[in-house]
Design a protein around this ligand. Sequence first.
Ligand SMILES: *Cc1c(COP(=O)(O)O)cnc(C)c1O
Length: 229
Amino acid sequence: MTPTEIADRLEGVRARIRAACLAAGRAPDAVTLVAVSKLQPEDAIRAAYAAGQRAFGENYVQELSAKHSALADLPDLAWHMIGHLQTNKARFVAPVASCVHSIDSVRLVEALDRHATARRAALDALVQVHLGGGEHRGGCAPEALGDVLAALSRATSLRARGLMTVPPPSDDPAEARGVFDTLRALRDAHGGAEALPELSMGMTHDLEVAIACGATLVRVGTAIFGARS
Ligand SMILES: *Cc1c(COP(=O)(O)O)cnc(C)c1O
């Protein structure tokens, strides 16, 4: 993928987001694009950055740390940790991420907060909720959400910002709608948009549905960078 191709594809995704916001009667700046750069080379990230992209999502702790160092020369670049995070890796994430989407346990909240506080770092926190599907893709059960949010409210350096989910794989984007509606209802049951303004949901194949359901952060990889190696 050349830098020009990445810039063109990025513009295509921005157009999809604008159109989906328009269709949903939402302001076009109500949705932030997180460019998912996992397994993509640094040059691809530099190309997207040159085209104005600032938020990037990574799934793997080691890769996140390496890219954070390699791209430290790019001001305002914000790293979002979106992959499953083990408690014993929290120390590596706290100093480099600005937002963690995949918080799913009280222990993880406590570990991240300990390391963020020690590093005087501030972290935006989203709680990932597992909603349906046989395959478990990370996230806490809806019944556990209250406990995780309570732990966040006790944290010093973590700020609860919202909820995140990954629907079970499906060829039909409309099937994701039920999952996205459920996440939004859970948010409304736990303090509403005032307490939890962000809903991180929607990827390459279903971002329009997610935006119709109230997404404020969409996590898009393939549509920007092409297939992952
Ligand atoms: C890989 C990944 C994405 C991006 O998926 P695409 O289909 O490439 O847009 C989004 N969210 C999570 C949690 C991911 O792991």
